[in-house]
Design a binder for this molecule. Structure first.
Ligand SMILES: [Zn+2]
Length: 113
C-alpha cells in the first residue's frame, strides 16, 4: 500500500520546533484519560450503573423533592437515600434510590446525604 502523501499541515507539524512539546502534551492527555477511565472493573461497574440509572429514571421521570413542593421538574440524577459506600446490596437496591433533579441532588449532596 502506498503511503498517503502528507498534507501541508502534517509536514509543517513534522518540522515544527514545538513537535516534542505537542507530543508530550498528547501523551499527558492520554495518561489523564487512562487514569480517569479507571480499571476494567470500575468501567464495568459504571456502565452497569448508567444502565440501571437510566431504567430507574424512565420509571421515575420526575424529581421527588420538587414533587413534594408541588413543582414538576424532570429528574436527571439517581440519589442513594442510604449511603452505600462499599455495600453492594444497598447500592443496587432500587427501593433505596430517589429520582432527583440536578439542583435537588446537589442540595442533598451538600448536606452530606
Ligand atoms: Zn428537584
Amino acid at each position: 500500500m502506498p503511503q498517503k502523501p502528507k498534507s501541508h499541515s502534517e509536514r509543517q507539524y513534522e518540522s515544527s520546533p514545538f513537535k516534542d512539546f505537542y507530543e508530550k502534551q498528547k501523551l499527558e492527555a492520554k495518561k489523564r484519560y487512562d487514569s480517569k477511565r479507571g480499571n476494567s472493573s470500575e468501567r464495568g461497574y459504571s456502565s452497569k450503573w448508567q444502565q440501571a440509572r437510566k431504567g430507574y429514571l424512565a420509571k421515575h421521570p420526575l424529581c421527588s423533592d420538587c414533587d413534594k413542593q408541588g413543582i414538576v421538574k424532570g429528574a436527571t440524577e439517581v440519589h442513594h437515600t442510604i449511603k452505600a459506600k462499599d455495600n453492594k446490596e444497598i447500592f443496587w437496591d432500587s427501593s433505596l434510590w430517589l429520582a432527583l433533579c440536578h439542583s435537588c441532588h446537589s442540595r442533598r449532596t451538600a448536606r452530606g446525604e
